[in-house]
Design a protein around this ligand. Structure first.
Ligand code: C2E
Ligand code: MG
Ligand code: MG
Ligand code: MG
Length: 284
């Protein structure tokens, strides 16, 4: 970047910046190496339960990086790095392969599969032939595209709305389902929900957290988003539900599914099997 700023640009020397820059450069190199065989990637799965019945309805795949020195690194730290450094496509492919492997194994073990939600970055979404590629991978594994839900945020669709709708349509025509993640935090207008071929909408955790502060505004927002989404035929998800109180209160709104630490944390594939064996959550 310094190159573009021209030769005579004067910049303050900040030692901590160098450390950060060096650090993220090292991390980028390690990420690139790790992605060669993908052996350091670990998928965790977090259940989504019906608010009404407590039944396990689906799960979200959340990637982690098992770093030899730093331990488990969260996606919040390395996804942005992967996006900046052009590694998000190979990373995304590794994630898809891991999830498909896990689903195939569960099926071979005779477990009833639940749909798995996979988060997409913009570069994956806009990649030519993405839907067809994933479809092929699933077909090779003997899995139906109905078992995959793609989660994406409004920001992906923001500047190229018409083209975005076309991509969404092709994903949907391929049999995949679409979930709008972190809903309510972006800048798009509610009217864009009208034409979108989406299956579900996830109300952002910040609104759920705000329930605790006794403000009326977060309740009004949750109520409005939930009832509008349901009217439009979308499955409504509340994300980041951490307490019994939040769980109980959400019963008052048109919430279909609940995801959060209160009911279940994200867990490795081996532990997620326990949920497939006993696919139900009951508030204590
Ligand atoms: P997200 O898609 O909004 O995922 C939900 C995040 O909230 C996860 O964080 C999850 O562990 C966390 N969470 C779930 N329930 C609770 C709760 O009750 N309380 C709190 N405080 N947090 C909760 P995680 O796993 O660190 O992932 C962070 C973000 O990284 C995700 O946000 C998603 O945007 C991105 N991400 C994760 N996996 C992938 C991936 O495979 N590909 C891409 N492109 N992005 C991913
Ligand atoms: Mg998500
Ligand atoms: Mg989310
Ligand atoms: Mg979120």
């Amino acid at each position: 970047r310094a190159k573009h700023e021209g030769r005579n640009t004067y910049r303050l020397y900040r030692p901590e910046m160098d450390i950060q820059a060096q650090d993220s450069l090292a991390l980028e190199t390690q990420l690139r190496d790790m992605l060669e065989d993908g052996s350091g990637l670990v998928m965790h799965y977090q259940p989504l339960f019906s608010r009404h019945s407590g039944c396990l309805c689906s799960a979200e795949a959340l990637v982690r990086w098992e770093h030899p020195v730093r331990g488990l690194i969260s996606p919040g730290e390395f996804i942005p790095l992967a996006e900046r450094s052009g590694l998000i496509l190979p990373l995304g492919n590794r994630v898809l392969e891991c999830v498909i492997d896990d689903m195939k194994r569960w099926q071979q073990q005779g477990l009833t599969p639940v749909p798995i939600a996979i988060n997409l970055s913009a570069a994956q979404f806009w990649q030519t032939g993405f839907a067809a590629g994933v479809r092929q991978k699933l077909q090779d594994a003997g899995l139906s595209p109905r078992l995959i839900i793609f989660e994406l945020t409004e920001s992906i669709l923001l500047d190229r709305h018409a083209q975005g709708l076309a991509v969404l349509q092709s994903l949907s025509d391929s049999g995949f389902r679409i979930s709008l993640d972190d809903f309510g935090t972006g800048y798009s207008s509610l009217s864009y929900l009208q034409n979108i071929p989406a299956y579900s909408l996830k109300i952002d955790r910040s609104f759920i957290t705000a329930l605790d502060s006794q403000t009326r505004s977060s309740r009004a927002i949750i109520a409005a988003i939930a009832s509008l989404a349901r009217e439009l035929g979308l499955t409504v998800v509340a994300e980041g539900v951490e307490t019994r109180r939040q769980w109980d209160e959400l019963g008052r709104y048109a919430i279909d599914l609940v995801q959060g630490f209160y009911a279940a944390r994200p867990v490795p594939a081996e532990s997620f099997i326990d949920w497939l064996h006993a696919p139900r959550f009951a508030p204590a």
